[in-house]
Design a protein around this ligand. Structure first.
Ligand code: NAI
Length: 335
């Protein structure tokens, strides 16, 4: 009784709801540091009807554990050799599979291991659930999204509106860090974060959040730097035990909830995401994070950046240089 109402209250706090619709969600990498709490949070999301948990190790155990939570969704765990079964009927696939950073590593240092993981998982997803929305958490996100996109393209099933790089943790951090300076509830200081998801490719547009306008000079630079390199704080504090897992699980569940609400037909669900984008295509940057409206077909509308300050233009320039290289590296992996 208590557990049910506690879970409902937590779910209500955590997730916005809209008209219910049956949706199957598959998590690939569900046994990991992100995968476990992410699976827990998805079990609390009222939009999820069936939750399939897959990992090369440990998913059945996580599934057995999570399945006892008294929310309506069904949970099933899949052994390492059951990837295709785990993907059957999926409408949304969330991917935190792969290795995380250790102190001193950049996200790009993860490239060679994680590129193979994403290539193989995307190949299976393109075969079994080609119309599912694919949400990639695995780093380096900037390169993993191009890899998955090309895999789908070669399989003849590429729909650019349905592949997302999850950059929500940057949005969460920007809002939290800003609220820490100006006071108040982070919910009242949302920040649009554009570009990509690593270091200087992360560009928070604080000029578009009224409460941030009074932060200038060195304080502004420090705040931008903290958003760009906030992940390093966690990697260092964990001292070799991995990178952000709990805040990332929260961010992953938040993005998935937004997508599920869009799929369910809720209007006006807008959040930044790293997607195939026309914004800087003519400069050779085919993927870019900006505000995206989510709907039944995925990224239904990609918003332009709006007005930027001169400082933000400078950050954008550095972002584009880095992003271009990350995208090319992703594509080159499959050549
Ligand atoms: P972890 O090592 O704790 O978990 C990764 C899981 O993936 C493990 O359970 C492992 O068995 C599984 N795995 C590996 N290869 C697999 C395969 N081929 N198929 C299915 N599962 C497979 O790592 P953690 O901390 O959960 O991080 C996962 C990824 O998320 C890392 O690449 C990390 O860099 C990234 N990340 C992304 C963030 C973002 O903002 N997008 C933030 C933080 C981390």
């Amino acid at each position: 009784m208590f557990a049910r109402s506690a879970a409902r209250k937590l779910a209500a706090r955590q997730f916005s709801t809209s008209a219910a619709r049956n949706i199957n969600v598959t998590v690939l990498g569900a046994g990991g540091g992100i995968g476990q709490p992410l699976s827990l949070l998805l079990k609390l999301d009222p939009h999820v009807t069936k939750l399939n948990l897959y990992d090369i190790r440990g998913a059945p155990g996580v599934a057995a554990d999570v399945s006892h939570i008294d929310t309506a969704s069904e949970v099933e765990g899949f052994e390492a050799d059951k990837l295709e079964e785990a993907l059957e009927g999926a409408e949304v696939i969330v991917v935190p599979a792969g290795v995380p950073r250790k102190p001193g590593m950049s996200r790009d240092d993860l490239f060679s291991t994680n590129a193979s993981v994403i290539r193989d998982l995307a190949t299976a997803a393109a075969k079994v659930a080609p119309k599912a929305h694919l949400c990639i958490i695995t780093n380096p996100v900037n390169s993993m999204v191009p890899i998955a996109s090309r895999v789908y393209d070669r399989a003849g099933v590429y729909d650019p509106k349905r592949i997302f790089g999850v950059s929500t943790l940057d949005v969460v951090r920007a809002s939290r860090f800003l609220a820490g300076i100006v006071g108040g509830d982070p919910a009242d200081t949302p920040v649009t974060v554009i570009g990509g998801h690593s270091g200087e490719t992360i560009v928070p547009l604080f000029s578009q959040t009224p409460a941030a306008k009074r932060i200038t000079g060195e304080a502004y630079k420090k705040l931008v730097h903290r958003v760009q390199f906030g992940g390093d704080e966690v990697v260092q504090a964990k001292a070799g035990a991995g990178s952000a897992t709990l805040s990332m699980a929260y961010a992953g569940a938040k993005f998935t909830n937004a997508l599920l609400r869009g799929i369910a037909g809720e209007k006006g669900v807008i959040t930044p995401s790293y997607v195939r984008s026309p914004l800087y295509e003519n400069e050779g940057i085919e993927f870019f994070a900006s505000n995206v409206e989510l709907g039944p077909n995925g990224a239904e509308k990609i918003y332009p950046l709006g007005q930027l300050t001169a400082e933000e233009e400078e950050y954008l320039k550095a972002c584009k240089d880095g992003l271009k290289k990350n995208i090319q590296k992703g594509f080159a992996f499959l050549d």
